[in-house]
Design a protein around this ligand. Structure first.
Ligand code: PLP
Length: 398
């Protein structure tokens, strides 16, 4: 009966994690999956989260269903983080926000919504992008195309080509954008470049869908949301998916949000209703525990401030690792330019290693990164960075 079912080859990034776990090399280093590990190589539980957990710790409390859209405090937390605490559109009730099952859940609900209500729209993602973007939109029967983004030869962004491509798109086509810490390249647009992109979006009446999974890991909470707030200032309709997986270090709790900025209160109500309907027919309502943590941390002023400080500490540690990696590689291979390592933002560095070099790192050194050469810089620490840098220099020299 099930013989005709296709085998699933597994997810390349999650599969890498399994391979890493099975590796007996005592020096092995996991730079594959996008997870922040601290200086001791440990997945941190943030202090603000510990406090929130203490406040809700009651193992025998009743567990009612949450509303389809999740907890109001979770939704408010998403909105204020993305659009700014005092944003006029929030006061005017022009944002429909639901709490979602991580950033992935937000993308899924958004993709379903686009499929249902903008059936002609194609969705364009950056080349390259996080692989699941394509899978999620195609899984909702939205046709996916790619727009030019990363210039491998120069470790930069093909900005002019990208803009020229956007100029060819049709009204209501969706462009999926990464407001900060582009995954997988780490290469972000400048604010002036965002202005240009959004002018094209406006002129061609495209639908921007901004996916922000690393807010706070780039420059700061507000600068990282520049593109989102600029789009709002320009009066554009806008989808935003956000994830708390990385910046609250709550990966397994699956917490995120989907926000849709609408022109009028009536449209906001309609969109909010349809987002609820979409949730109802997929998973009915989100889980409660992570949502309660988000609610507490985002809405308690002192905890929120502590949280921001903890995110910036993660950000700064990653930046320090970038500097160190660059300096060791420059010393080892002086005729090669490694500036790209510190020009990139967030957790990832596109190292430009060939698939063969990535393979050698894995088999000879037990260093795991994605075959497209994406390295999770957040997996580096002072104990493993020399080992990694020397190994990289080795495979680059040969
Ligand atoms: N969007 C991007 C760009 C990501 O990198 C990720 C996770 O790696 C997500 C969305 C999904 O986030 P979550 O793990 O919260 O589903």
């Amino acid at each position: 009966m099930f013989e005709r079912i296709d085998y699933y080859a597994g997810d390349p990034i999650l599969g890498l994690m399994e391979k890493y776990s099975a590796d007996s090399n005592p020096n092995k280093v996991n730079l594959g999956i996008g997870i922040y590990y601290d200086e001791n190589g440990v997945l941190p539980v943030l202090d603000c989260v510990k406090t929130a957990e203490e406040r809700i710790a009651d193992p025998i409390a009743p567990r009612p269903y949450l509303p389809m859209a999740g907890l109001p405090g979770h939704r408010k937390g998403c909105q204020e983080l993305l659009f700014g605490k005092d944003a006029q559109i929030l006061k005017d009730g022009l944002v429909a926000t639901i709490a979602t099952i991580g950033g992935s859940g937000a993308l899924k609900v958004g993709a379903e919504f686009i499929h249902d209500w903008f059936p002609q729209a194609k969705c364009y993602v950056s080349d390259p992008t996080w692989g699941n973007h394509i899978a999620i939109f195609e899984g909702s029967d939205v046709e996916v195309g790619k727009y030019p983004y990363y210039d491998k030869a120069n470790s930069s962004i093909k900005f002019d080509e990208m803009i020229a491509f956007f100029e060819t798109l049709n009204k209501n086509d969706v462009i999926l954008l990464h407001p900060c810490c582009h995954n997988p390249t780490g290469m972000d647009l400048t604010q002036a470049q965002w202005d240009t992109v959004l002018n094209v979006v406006k002129a061609r009446e495209l639908i921007p869908f901004m996916d922000i999974a690393y807010q706070g890991f780039g420059e700061d909470m507000d600068s990282d949301a520049y593109a989102i707030r600029k789009a709002v200032e320009m009066g554009l309709p806008l989808f935003v998916s956000n994830s708390f997986s990385k910046n609250l270090s709550l990966y397994g709790e699956r917490v995120g949000g989907l926000s849709v900025v609408c022109p009028t209160v009536d449209e906001t109500d309609r969109v909010f209703g349809q987002l609820n309907a979409t949730v109802r027919r997929i998973y009915s309502s989100p889980p409660s525990h992570g949502g309660r943590v988000v609610d507490i941390v985002m809405n308690d002023e002192a905890l929120h401030e502590q949280w921001v400080g903890e995110v910036y500490a993660m950000r700064d540690r990653i930046k320090a690792m970038r500097l160190k990696l660059k300096s060791v590689l420059e010393a080892k291979i002086p005729n090669r330019n490694f500036d790209y390592i510190t020009r990139q933002n967030g957790m990832f560095s596109f190292t430009g290693l060939t698939p063969e070099q990535v393979e050698r790192l894995q088999t000879e050194f037990g260093i795991y990164m994605v075959s497209n050469s994406r390295m999770c810089v957040a997996g580096l620490n002072t104990s493993n960075i020399d080992y990694v840098a020397n190994a990289m220099a080795d495979v680059l020299k040969d």
